[in-house]
Design a protein around this ligand. Structure first.
Ligand code: MCA
Length: 509
């Protein structure tokens, strides 16, 4: 019999004996695997009745909820390409994503419906539907009225499952094409590697629009037939309350620094837990050590990108090293190369290249960019710089591309600089990341004002907030007479980082 390689099958099919089991705890509501099958069938039927077809994109710009999970699973089952977006995006940002992906429908909250409709009209998107956190909205109503029988599409795995966007140095986000096989291969490997069983209970506090929360956290739980507590967002108190009932937490480093500030975090509180995993941003050695001291648990750090899913991990059994992202996953090949593409010797620094079944097939409609994104022998160029120690552990030491990671969110300075440069009175801008105890890095704008012009900091921030999601808006604005440039005229961001790191220290002293 032909095996269905639809990712939905990897999550839910062949586990009928598990159907009565609770998959998702959502406050005082509990959803079994059978509920997920029924709910996703209803959403799949509702979308089909509206004329959304396999291969169409559906853009979900919604808050985290059980309805969001039904919708994601419904898209997989129907062969609809799921395009998740951060609901914090502003109209100008959403305009771009709709125009680029050309979805057949966009799903938003009722609160944003008016401006999303305008954006959809501009981009030629036919359908706008709503889905709120409380399970209401036009899509939810259509799903409620639909049936629970739906035949999951049979796929060979190469078909497109999701289109995730990541920005880039040019400031223009690129659609990452992920197939059913890319996602299934990675999640199966992780379930094995991290020892997931159907007894696991994961605390899910990550957003559902990124690889980390959607494919890794939710994916591992569903693939293993385990269960999770769905939190709206990160909340240290809520997590500490749930620890005694849970076995796994996945988070960005900010989760761990914030948990460490909570008096409720203790060895006793964590005694039922078997695994704390960190990723999406560098975990400071200090946090790693303090967490071990407070809880007795050694955080497992791993590394990935949206283009590849997870690529390396510290071991489940064996030494987990501070500041290291571990070894390549069993089915993933990682090379570290110099500028000429030659592999560097042990302990040499170079760019990380990744190849394996997890690696995406290219960016949406960007043939030219795709040619440069892979090496001739099929490795994806991550743009991250790393080194490998003699035992095979990899350390990420920097980024070849200009990028900031704030609280696990990637921020591309170019995108913010383009907005700043349009503001009257700003003659030049440079956006940098400075070390931040809470967010890892915080976004800082260094500005040169036009002569005789007095810039109003609050006005700049307020203006940016109407154009950019909040996590991209600079938390600090600095004014300088001129930006340091090299002989080629390129802004020397290293110098700026040094100067403002120093200034910040002096201010604190
Ligand atoms: C929210 N704000 C932020 C951030 N998030 N500012 C800077 N950096 C952020 N990451 C701003 C909001 O705009 C708001 O600003 C204010 O902070 C409070 O908002 P709130 O929603 O309450 O924020 P929070 O709860 O403090 O959120 C911080 C957070 C969250 C918990 C770190 O950002 C988070 O869950 N991050 C995880 C992101 C993630 O999943 N990354 C994985 C992507 P104002 O007050 O001005 O309105 S990478 C990935 O998937 C790869 C492949 C991988 O390897 O994992």
């Amino acid at each position: 019999m032909h095996k269905n390689r639809n990712l939905y099958s990897c999550y839910l099919q062949g586990k009928e004996d598990n159907h009565g089991k609770v998959a998702i705890h959502c406050g005082d509501r509990h959803y079994s695997y059978a509920d997920l099958a029924d709910g996703s069938a209803r959403y799949a039927n509702a979308l089909a009745d509206m004329g959304v077809s396999p291969g169409d994109r559906v853009c979900a710009c919604i808050d985290k909820s059980i309805g969001n999970i039904f919708l994601y699973l419904a898209c997989l089952r129907s062969g609809i390409v799921y395009q998740p977006l951060n609901p914090a995006f502003q109209p100008a940002e959403v305009d771009y994503y709709l125009a680029d992906a050309g979805p057949a429908a966009v799903i938003c909250s009722r609160e944003n419906e008016v401006w999303v409709r305008t954006a959809a009209r501009r981009a030629g998107v036919e359908r706008v539907l709503t889905l709120d956190r409380d399970g209401t909205g036009t899509l939810a109503a259509a799903a409620d009225a639909a049936g629970t029988e739906f035949a999951t599409r049979v796929y060979d795995g190469s078909e497109l499952a999701c289109l995730l966007y990541s920005s880039g140095t040019t400031g223009k986000p690129k659609g990452i094409k992920l197939s059913h096989d890319n996602l299934a291969a990675n999640v199966r490997t992780l379930v094995d590697l991290w020892g997931f069983t159907n007894d696991d209970v994961l605390i899910h506090a990550l957003p559902l629009f990124h690889v980390h929360g959607l494919f890794v956290a939710l994916g591992c739980v569903l693939t293993a037939g385990a269960s999770l507590h769905l939190l709206e967002k990160f909340d240290a108190d809520e997590i500490i309350c749930l620890l005694p009932e849970a076995t796994v937490l996945m988070g960005v480093p900010t989760f761990y620094t914030r948990l460490l500030q909570s008096p409720g975090l203790s060895r006793e509180a964590c005694s039922a837990m078997r695994l704390f995993i960190s990723g999406s941003a560098p975990l400071q050695e200090n946090t790693f050590n303090q967490f071990k001291q407070t809880t007795g648990h050694t955080i497992l750090e791993r590394y990935g990108t949206s283009e590849t899913g997870m690529s390396t991990s510290n071991p489940l059994h064996g030494e987990r090293r501070a500041g290291m992202v571990g070894m390549p996953l069993p089915d993933v090949m990682v090379k570290i190369v110099d500028d000429d593409g030659t592999e560097v010797a042990d302990a040499g620094i170079g760019e990380l290249l990744v190849k394996g079944p997890n690696v995406f097939s290219g960016y949406w409609n960007l043939d030219e960019v795709n040619r440069g994104a892979f090496t001739e022998d099929g490795y994806y160029r991550t743009g991250d710089l790393g080194e490998r120690d003699p035992d095979g552990y990899i350390r990420i030491v920097g980024r070849a591309r200009d990028m900031i990671i704030s609280g696990g969110e990637n921020v591309y300075p170019k995108e913010i600089e383009l907005c700043l440069d349009r503001i009257e009175g700003i003659s030049e801008s440079a956006v940098i990341g400075l070390e931040d105890t809470d967010l890892g890095e915080r976004v800082v704008a260094v500005l040169v004002a036009d002569p005789d012009c007095r810039l109003d900091e609050a006005g700049i921030v307020a203006g940016l907030k109407t154009q950019l999601a909040g996590f991209k808006v600079p938390r600090q604005i600095c004014f300088v007479e001129e930006l340091p440039r090299n002989t080629m005229g390129k802004v020397q961001k290293n110098k700026l980082r040094e100067t403002w790191k120093q200034n910040h220290k002096n201010e604190q002293e």
